[in-house]
Design a protein around this ligand. Sequence first.
Ligand code: GLP
Length: 261
Amino acid sequence: MEVIIQPTHEDAVGFCARMLARRIREKPDIVLGLATGRTMEPLYTQLVTMHQNEGLDFSRVTTFNLDEYIGLPPEHEQSYRYYMNHHLFNHVNINQANTHLPNGMAEDIAAECVDYEKRIVEVGGIDLQLLGIGEDGHIGFNEPISSLRSRTRNKTLTKETIAQNSPFFSEPSLMPVQALTVGVGTIMEARYCLMLATGEDKAQIIAQAIEGPITAMVTASALQLHPHCAVIVDEAAAARLKMHDYYLWAFETKPDWEKLD
Ligand code: GLP
């Protein structure tokens, strides 16, 4: 695992955007795994700007999102389909047919989960998986005690996650308590994982995920087993890392961090 500490929130987001843009340019038909949440909003804004100003080309890109609420139609403002259209897809030249999210309105949820995994396999797997982290350590919606080998399935959200995300809803009680999420096992099969976390609210869980024991209680800790994973944090989110100075020193000594290897 590579830990990249950037001074500010803006620097961390900018660094992540440049890493992504570089990979899209190197492999125009890349398959991206995408994430939602507050952390990703400025990142997608930067990608849109790169598309508008630098011609960053999404025309051959395929995307698979990590998760979706069960029971919210795509036009619902808090659905993750709406989020992705609003923050990224509507503003770049991506082919909407190549953008995938689990269907939280599916009549047969189990069949939808099997089909989602199948679609990922059919395109050759995910090249680069973008990840945020929940305050309870979840990646996607893989809440504590999710199997570290789990596949796409429905998950009951924790009260902590509901508290974190319900303020987005006009009435907090309208937030679904169930979601579809790709599994930790699905995420671990991506060829490269890139996590972005910013702000002091993430400092404790980032320290647990990166330097704590690998445990299903913090599903992000499974990334310690991933052979190609980088975590980009700002100083606020890095505040509790024991090896903080080592990460900075390693950053100074490596010639090309924006390259993914
Ligand atoms: C949401 C998403 C996660 C995301 C996390 C962080 O619940 N399901 O994929 O990583 O929460 O959200 P935020 O960036 O708002 O802190």
